[in-house]
Design a protein around this ligand. Sequence first.
Ligand code: PLP
Length: 336
Amino acid sequence: MTTLTSSNLIERIGNTPTIELKSFSTKNLRFFAKLEWYNPYGSVKDRAAYWMIKNAEKKGLLKKDKSIIIEPSSGNTGIALTGIASTLGYRVEIVIPEKVSEETKNILRKLGATVHETSDDLCPRVGAGTDQSIALATAISKPRPDLYYMPNQYENDANYMAHYESTGPEIWKQMAGNLTHFFTGCGTGGTITGTSTYLKEQNSSIKIIAVQAQKNHLLQGLRNFEESAMPELFTRRQHVVDSWFTATNDESFRMVKELAFRENLLVGPSSGAVMASMLDVAKSVGHGVLVGIFADDGRKFKTLYAEQHIFNQAEYERLLRVNEYLPETACPYSYD
Ligand SMILES: Cc1ncc(COP(=O)(O)O)c(C=O)c1O
């Protein structure tokens, strides 16, 4: 696999495709997914990472070839920040929970990040006494403000703006304004607050469904808001949410499997969670056009999917071969 080079990568952030999930659609209910792994570093988080770096540069907080960007992340923000920042001449350190997939940690190292592991569960937790990753990143960066910059995706409004200025307008345009429900998983809340604020400004009757993970979950990128406090970024605009769906590990993995066999899509666990929430809402609405964010693909989860018996080796290999929606990413992804 050839690796894309850096020069035009940043221009390739955003404008990801939205496709119809035809095997799920009926005459009255149509299902669409926005495939965020088309971003150059493989996930929805390219947007937030780029907006946060751009914003820090604008404010003069970063010095080329000197500054180190440090951030707590459950993976995708770390990958995006590392890829984008190294293109722009900054070093990156990522504080990551040890339960994050080995593939994710390997990608970070291959991209050149220094990786600090903590014993947090799958996501850096927010809230007193639980936020080991966030606390460690803060402890490293605070005494050296001349060297370190911590974007802090949990509070940084540039994370919200990324989706207000890109994800929201793209969906509105791609759907030509024809959607009734919007679904996304929640980590920091950047995707849901930014996208939904924009969509509701265009049509206030669009219903917004927030997807959280069950407690003690395996859905990398998502959070459970009883286990972990709601990030400040999310609390500022949580009024955009019309209803919540709590996805279990089991139903999310079942959907990962269904999407593979019915649509030939190899999705990440959180996309399975979003699909489960779309089908749940579909049970109670007669007509509608439902759009969900599929935040990343399944290539980082080969080991997890094997452990959870989602796919055997042959099924996984077949999916990689037949999946027309797995573009090359900019990461040196060998996924092993
Ligand atoms: C893998 C992954 N990363 C990130 C996000 C979105 O996170 P945030 O709320 O931080 O924008 C999601 C949401 O579905 C996700 O599944």
